[in-house]
Design a protein around this ligand. Sequence first.
Ligand code: C2E
Ligand code: MG
Ligand code: MG
Length: 285
Amino acid sequence: KAKESGKNTVRIFSFAIAEEVLLKFNMEKGLRKALEKEEFELIYQPQYDIETGRIRGVEALLRWNNPFKGHLEPVDFINVAEETGLIIPIGEWVIKKACETAKKWKSEYDFQGMISVNISATQLRNGDIVKAIKDILSETELSPSSLEIEISENTFADCLDETILKMIELKKMGIKISLDNFGKGYSSLGYLRRLPIHVLKIDKSFVEEINPGYQGKKIVSSIISLAQDLDIDVIAEGIETSEQYDYLKKARCGFIQGHFTSKPISEELIGELIKRDLKEKSFPE
Ligand code: C2E
Ligand code: MG
Ligand code: MG
């Protein structure tokens, strides 16, 4: 009996693996087609200066309008894109599209802020990201000082030296580098000194802790002081409530990003925000 169920388990297990391989294979095919057929899209979320209420920059976030599955978010496909290396051409498409759009906002609405683009570990390690960015900047005629790349903290788990060299080169070009999801994964206090970082983004899991009765909110104010000591800007991500806003303002967090101020929105709607931002501070209303 035991043997029988053992056999069954094996069969179910391999069936599951076969299914997974097939799903991945189909996803990979779909991603290749998506690049060809321009099914990807960027939406944008503003980052606000908490003191002045003005836009400091806009983060580009990737979406996939899949003809069969509808609107997909990065969580649905980014892993396969990374495993297959497709994140490199997809990532280049993202950088180019984001730079073009920022350039458009600049010429149409005199946008003064940054455009932030997420770069994954694979892109930094395996692709020639420095050359790709150089080419895109000269093609789109966007100033390097308007571009910021967001690198997730867990990128630095391995391959540290090589990755840092590339980051230093990007910094020399005048690009800003932001450490995304700070505090979420590995202890990064040592990295903070070694990395050419301009901005640190406090992970939303800490911002969530800013609620009456939670002790975790003290971590947020400690990260803010740490960054101030190191002369690094701080953006708190994932702000959803006015309690969180009040706390961050008191703690002198420089910048905020989250549904409380704006969800990620279309290029056109950001254009409207920028227009308004030039005339009056757009936040708080
Ligand atoms: P991230 O860079 O940390 O981006 C922030 C995520 O939090 C976004 O999810 C955003 O929509 C979401 N968010 C913003 N405000 C709030 C809020 O107030 N509450 C909550 N609960 N969530 C909020 P999204 O767009 O699904 O992206 C998820 C992740 O996928 C990103 O995390 C980033 O790591 C990755 N990603 C997105 N676009 C790209 C891309 O173009 N290239 C690469 N390599 N990765 C990307
Ligand atoms: Mg990000
Ligand atoms: Mg983040």
